[in-house]
Design a protein around this ligand. Sequence first.
Ligand SMILES: C[S@@+](CC[C@H](N)C(=O)[O-])C[C@H]1O[C@@H](n2cnc3c(N)ncnc32)[C@H](O)[C@@H]1O
Length: 263
Amino acid sequence: MNANYDAHPEIGELYDHIPLYRDRKDVAFYVDLCRAAKGEVLELGCGTGRILIPAAESGCAITGLDQSGSMMDRCRTKLRALTPEVQNRITLIEADMTSFSLGRTFALATVPFRPLQHLISVEEQLSFLACVHRHLRPGGKLALDVFNPNLQALASAIHPDEIEDTAELAMADGRTMRRMYRITAKHPAEQTNDIELIYYVRDAAGAIKRIVQAFPMRYFFRFELEHLMARAGFEITELYGSLDRSPFTDSSLEMIVIATRKD
Ligand SMILES: C[S@@+](CC[C@H](N)C(=O)[O-])C[C@H]1O[C@@H](n2cnc3c(N)ncnc32)[C@H](O)[C@@H]1O
């Protein structure tokens, strides 16, 4: 398991408290695609259901797949609060997205908020894309996003200190949480950075628990991604540099791809 979301059972719940994730402007982008698909949707790396749930609430039938028990537990808890009608539109599967077989096909596969960057080797990436290809109907689409590597940031020296990305905030159960991150190593030859996400959770008595999620994160360059998709039998039909569908440019922060299954 590369991504280490199961490093601690509470990571799913903590994830949902991070404003950077909670307020990310990708929900409308993916929900619009799901609604336009006119058929069932498969979401890979669905996590806690941040996008899966609004997609189902908008009327889409959607299957969410994720390998992390912690993220899926959190998703299952949130599902129980939904109306039976919405719950009936959702199927959850705990599995590895590089090796799954559901025995059916979908109109659209989505991979929101960078799960692809948890697949480190080309073998894993191709296994994943082969699985997606098998699970799409002819002409079906695949939509995913990764960050656009910032060359200056990649070349800069490692900053050994923890940097705050989430100031202390209150959780519903009375605890507080603060989150830091740091890059512990850079491996340009492998196109990976080693990341630590560090949660500090303070209980009502003031005791602080330190929870660390450490993982390597792969980055992709634009034409690498295009070649990878072509090799796996996909044709990129749309490429954007941000979630508002603006073009991919020198200064784009995101790389968002919509591809069609070639037969
Ligand atoms: C950054 S989270 C994104 C979650 C969700 N898509 C969202 O937008 O909030 C990445 C997710 O990818 C999942 N993931 C990473 N590697 C995976 C794999 N090999 N198979 C299935 N899920 C994987 C993680 O468990 C995690 O839930």
